[in-house]
Design a protein around this ligand. Structure first.
Ligand SMILES: [Fe+2]
Length: 243
């Protein structure tokens, strides 16, 4: 039985067209991801309870996530401002929309929809190392100066949204912006992009543009290194308490 304190609004009654949009997006993206996504993302799709044929229920995803890493989902109408976002993430809650893009916006949606928020983000939250890094990220943002918030937003962009990882000697993707967009995914693996070694100081100093396709990416050697380096970086700046 669902704990009332963690209950989410009921799953919306999606139309046949909306269910069809999900099936198209899922059916196009998953075969690509079998080659391009890191293994924890692919495993996470099953662990979280995603299905090819049906738009997920936030409650089901949230309950599955809670059983794996203690994270939960909260339903939001759209983008959450930085400071409330840090508060949510620090308490292991991820904000997600539950509307799906229009069929005409299959390849690009200006506002994140459930294919981005749920399909793109939730699988990685089933991985304990990544989930710990993400919670630490939220903790670091609490009480951060404006300059530190800017640095954290860049770290978020180049890891959680557009991060690449070395896995078994090959380059794979883990960022939700890549997972939820065919155009971004193909572009991220094209020869047109620059892939830099993972370096949080370099990331913190690199502005990003949300309205253009990415030119620069960073590749983490492993999720353990992402977690460890982020904790060190944040401690050195007083954003996390000393070990
Ligand atoms: Fe996102």
């Amino acid at each position: 039985m669902t704990d009332p304190s963690t209950a989410l609004p009921p799953r919306p009654a999606y139309s046949d067209e909306e269910e069809g949009t999900w099936q198209l997006l899922y059916g196009r993206q998953v075969p690509r991801l079998q080659r391009m996504a890191c293994q924890p993302f692919l495993d996470g799709l099953g662990k979280a309870g995603f299905e090819a044929e049906r738009i997920p229920s936030l409650q089901v995803l949230s309950d599955n996530l809670a059983g794996r890493t203690g994270w939960r989902l909260v339903r939001v109408e759209g983008l959450v401002a930085e400071r409330p976002f840090f508060e949510l993430v620090a308490s292991k809650r991820f904000p997600a929309t539950d509307f799906i893009r229009k069929r005409a916006d299959l390849d690009y949606t200006p506002a994140p929809d459930l294919f981005h928020d749920q399909f793109g983000h939730v699988p990685m939250l089933t991985l304990p190392t990544f989930a710990r890094f993400f919670q630490r990220f939220g903790e670091a943002g609490q009480g951060a100066s404006d300059a530190a918030v800017t640095a954290l937003a860049r770290i978020y962009w180049f890891t959680v949204e557009f991060g690449l990882i070395r896995e078994g000697g090959a380059r794979k993707a883990f960022g939700a912006g890549l997972m939820s967009s065919i155009g971004e995914l193909d572009h991220g693996f094209s020869p047109d992009v620059r892939v830099h070694d993972f370096d949080l100081d370099a990331i913190a100093a690199r502005p990003f543009v949300t309205t253009e396709i990415q030119a620069d990416y960073f590749e983490v050697p492993s999720f353990d290194v992402l977690e460890r380096d982020f904790e060190r970086w944040a401690r050195a700046r007083g954003l996390l308490p000393a070990a």
